[in-house]
Design a protein around this ligand. Structure first.
Ligand code: FAD
Ligand code: N01
Length: 537
């Protein structure tokens, strides 16, 4: 780890964040012969997989696809143990990548970037940290993550609670012993759904406070299929390339028919077969219109609701667990192991906050509109200030002192989700307006980093010093992102994709849903046309 005294005051590039994005960016910057440092707020590399250490934390993209493709030898050498990798295994992988490529020496840990200001005279960024670093850099790359700023529940009283509380994304490094405890979980998104079955096993009694019932599909996780591993390893370059050109970042057979043009029997057979695959895209990608047509979506949602009714033995509890009021897939669907089965345990209780809203956190526990519940520990699985939170937590000022906060006051804008007009030489990896959270994110991360590296190399080769998105290109791209979103059911749902989970946040569908392959082609085209839409000087 680089210490503060060894951070030069002049660098070619500062990278903020040492998750998959920041580490790979550093690797590419070094290849370009540039001097760079990565500042990371956490005490180790890993990003998401360093912070989210809650019991049950796991990826919902299969191991063989959720890994870097830039190092073909590593791809062959690394052995995943399960179909879906657990948090410790992914963290071990990222640490291994950092060591294998000697990245740590340029990573400054336990250091938060607080400000980045562009100076027009020198055409450089001045980056400041909470440990007193002041660094002047030509480029500033924000690899801060889409899901890295925890969101607390907007319920008063947490400071009064006498027991212990934990946010899933800030879990203690030494795991927590819940034995003999009465534990509450607030939140039933992906994090809550993964943690709940394990907390139920560990605690004496578990009470789940659910505001919105979610769609959860089974993982059928288990030891990785060695035959499949050999097949993929034998053709990894082709597998990766197909993923890069696909919709989600993993090649899957594209649906060809509407859910409404087949018989009910056929539909049910199809959903059943795809449910048993145990993955995110199976059921959702069964038909062309599940994310665009409410009636089509209802057929898949009904199928999942029937599975919940079959699994949960108490009909009243099953009824509360049925997701309603939002289309299947428009909040990120969850993958879980034994989630619904957990509610068949006598020591697990479900409180429906739609019936009895949460009023306050008290000294002894939680009070709903109906009564007070007493707990020894509370687990907050309440999610993140997603997509924009980490960018806006930094005081970023571009040309003419324009702040990113002002620029994004009506929702995030940017060109290709990579650069923002008014902020030269600043890059936003997996930024709003790119496929990012609607994809296998490592595919999107590698694409962004490679594209930025190509651009920096182009600038150097042509003696240019700045690059900045034009207002016109940014506007046009924003329109396109919006139109693509509006052609789907996503904007109709209150989700974190829409900024709806954070009070006061502008409601904008923040990701690009045109598909990873289509987006990649657009970026390639932009570069091929001399970085069309960017002003290079
Ligand atoms: P991150 O991993 O979020 O890293 C960003 C880093 O930047 C963090 O370490 C943070 O501390 C640091 N940082 C932020 N601001 C500052 C600052 N001002 N100063 C210094 N450091 C800063 N994606 C998938 O594709 N498939 C999955 O199955 C999947 N599962 C997920 C499960 C969980 C629990 C979560 C939270 C996310 C999941 N994701 C998944 C998304 C995941 O975030 C990405 O796949 C990927 O890990 C993002 O890497 P990153 O480097 O871009 O961001
Ligand atoms: O967060 P979430 P998450 N009172 O926002 C509830 C990725 N991820 O950490 O829906 C009561 O999804 C909130 O209720 P509602 C993945 O991309 C992946 O679970 O707003 N409840 C919701 O139930 C995922 O989508 C994995 O009504 C409150 C929950 O808290 C993203 O990260 C695992 C509340 C928050 O759900 C975020 O997931 C984990 C309040 N005041 C994460 N405030 C994989 O499996 C919030 N809630 C790969």
């Amino acid at each position: 780890m680089s210490s503060s005294s060894t951070v030069p005051t002049e660098l070619d590039a500062v990278v903020v964040g040492a998750g998959f994005s920041g580490l790979y960016m550093l690797y590419r910057l070094r290849e370009l012969g540039m001097s760079a440092r990565v500042f990371e707020a956490g005490d180790d590399v890993g990003g998401t997989w360093y912070w989210n250490r809650y019991p049950g934390a796991r990826c919902d993209v299969e191991s063989m696809h959720y890994s870097f493709s830039f190092d073909p030898e590593l791809e062959q050498e690394w052995e995943w143990t399960e179909k879906y990798p657990s948090q410790p295994e992914i963290l071990a992988y990222i640490r291994h990548v950092a060591e294998r490529h000697d990245l740590r020496r340029d990573v400054v840990l336990s250091t938060r970037v607080t400000a980045a200001h562009f100076d027009e005279g020198s055409r450089r960024w001045t980056v400041r940290t909470d440990r007193g670093h002041v660094v002047s850099a030509r480029y500033c790359v924000l690899a801060v993550g889409c899901l890295s700023v925890p969101k607390a529940p907007e319920v008063p009283g947490l400071e009064n609670f006498r027991g212990s509380w934990y946010h899933t994304s800030q879990w203690p490094e030494d795991d927590v012993d819940f034995s003999g405890q009465r534990v509450a979980v607030i939140g039933t998104g992906s994090s809550g759904i993964q943690a709940i079955p394990i907390l139920a096993e560990r605690a004496a009694e578990l009470t789940v406070f659910q505001r919105t019932a979610n769609f959860c599909l089974p993982t059928f996780n288990g030891p990785i299929d060695r035959e499949m591993v050999s097949e993929i390893k034998a053709t990894y370059p082709e597998v990766r390339e197909a993923g890069r050109n696909s919709g989600f970042g993993i090649a899957i057979e594209a649906p060809t028919r509407s859910a409404l043009e087949v018989s009910e029997d056929e539909r049910l057979r199809t959903y059943e077969e795809r449910w048993n695959r145990g993955n995110l895209t199976g059921v959702l990608q069964a038909y062309t219109d599940l994310l665009t047509d409410q009636a089509a979506n209802d057929t898949a949602a009904d199928f999942v609701r029937d599975r919940i009714r079959e699994t949960v033995t108490d009909p009243a509890t099953a009824e509360k667990l049925l997701p309603r009021g939002h289309a299947f897939g428009t909040k990120r669907p969850c993958l879980g192991t034994g989630y619904y089965e957990t509610f068949n345990r006598d020591d697990v209780h479900l409180v429906d906050l739609r019936e009895t809203p949460l009023v306050e956190i008290t000294e002894r526990g939680l009070r709903t509109s109906e009564r007070e519940y007493e707990f020894d520990s509370i687990v907050l699985a309440t999610g993140f200030d997603a997509m924009t939170g980490a960018f806006l937590a930094i005081d970023i000022r571009g040309r003419d002192g324009l702040t990113l906060r002002e620029k994004w006051s009506q929702g995030p804008v940017g060109y290709l989700g990579l650069g923002v007009a008014g902020f030269p030489n600043l890059f936003t990896i997996t930024g709003p307006g790119s496929p990012s959270v609607l994809s296998n994110m490592i595919v999107s991360i590698e694409q962004h980093v490679d594209w930025i590296a190509g651009l920096l190399s182009h600038l150097d080769a042509n003696g240019l010093s700045t690059v900045e998105a034009s207002e016109a290109a940014e506007k046009e791209w924003g329109e396109h992102v919006r139109e693509c979103g509006e052609a789907t059911l996503y904007p109709k749902t209150d989700s974190w994709y829409m900024g709806a989970n954070v009070p006061g946040k502008p409601r904008v569908f923040m990701a690009y849903i045109g598909g990873v392959g289509v987006y990649r082609e657009k970026c390639r085209e932009v570069a091929g046309n001399g970085y069309e839409g960017f002003v290079l000087q």
